[in-house]
Design a binder for this molecule. Structure first.
Ligand code: A2P
Length: 270
């Protein structure tokens, strides 16, 4: 299964594996064991590079000395100057590639206008129920690789529960036709879109299942069905990513927009 893993070439010429392994939200007590399992399932020692990809995690900055991701702690980020520091890391060879995460097309476009070294990657949430077609097309047109986190619709990071993604009737019908699980089809869709994917699992059987997506593909006629999948924006009207990003607060979206978080609210441009 792992033999067939693909790599995507970044605009720096460096190669990124098409699948990574996520552990976010895994119980800290089991992360070591889970990573060991993943390494056994799939020899991804090449993931552990001395010169890594470095990213701006969110297009937000926090007030000096503040603690916690609360709206009152947030300030307008100075992306151009942050990016200059990233470019210095790249120039020094400490980072093999530099990228961003949770950047909308607008934010990415603004950055591309001032960047000397363009970002190699934009890492955003993407799965069949949150396809982000405009952002996908924009990244593609600019040579920025899209890396998808929450490719299974991880609960807590998006605007829906994982069940909504994996129980989607269209996804399930495709899975049934191909004799694959809905999770495998969701992951394979990401790969066929040209995204690297970062599924998380703490379960050995599901880790194996998730890596078993390289020696088959979704045929064009079934791939076309994905455009009929209802998207998150219409599934959860009234919710925004920001509210999920800050699940323990009940802060009006307007406040968050004023605090510079608006770009996180929409990595898509639906
Ligand atoms: P578990 O760790 O018990 O396997 P995402 O990658 O989108 O963030 O989703 C991660 C969530 O999806 C975790 O709760 C994980 O649970 C679950 N998950 C991972 N792989 C599968 C799978 N093949 N089928 C169903 N659920 C999965």
């Amino acid at each position: 299964m792992a033999d067939g893993i693909q790599f995507f070439e970044l605009n720096t010429g460096a190669k990124i594996p098409s699948m990574g392994f996520g552990t976010w939200q895994a119980d800290p007590g089991i992360v070591g064991e889970v990573v060991t399992t993943a390494i056994k399932v799939f020899f991804f020692t090449f993931f552990i590079s001395r010169r890594k990809m470095m990213m701006i995690h969110w297009p937000v900055s926090m007030k000096k000395g503040s603690v916690g991701l609360k709206p009152e702690n947030l300030t307008h980020p100075d992306i151009p100057s942050t990016w200059k520091s990233m470019e210095a890391l790249y120039d020094s060879g400490k980072a093999r590639a530099i990228g961003v995460s949770n950047f909308s097309s607008k934010k990415l476009g603004d950055l591309l206008e001032v960047a000397r070294v363009p970002p190699a990657v934009n890492q955003v949430e993407s799965h069949p129920s949150w396809q982000q077609p405009k952002l996908h097309a924009f990244c593609q047109s600019k040579g920025v690789h899209l890396s998808a986190y929450s490719p299974l619709g991880s609960p807590g990071t998006g605007r829906m529960k994982r069940e909504v993604v994996l129980k989607n009737p269209i996804l399930n019908a495709v899975a049934e036709k191909l004799g694959k699980s809905p999770a495998q089809v969701a992951l394979r869709w990401g790969l066929q879109m040209g995204h690297s994917i970062l599924p998380k699992s703490t379960n050995e059987a599901r880790i194996k299942e998730n890596f078993d997506v390289f020696d088959w593909s979704i045929p064009e006629d079934l791939l076309a069905k994905f455009s009929e999948i209802e998207q998150a924006s219409s599934l959860a009207k009234g919710y925004t990513r920001v509210i999920y990003l800050l699940p323990r607060t009940s802060v009006p979206t307007k406040t968050l927009k004023n605090s510079g978080m608006a770009s996180c609210e929409q990595t898509s441009d639906f």
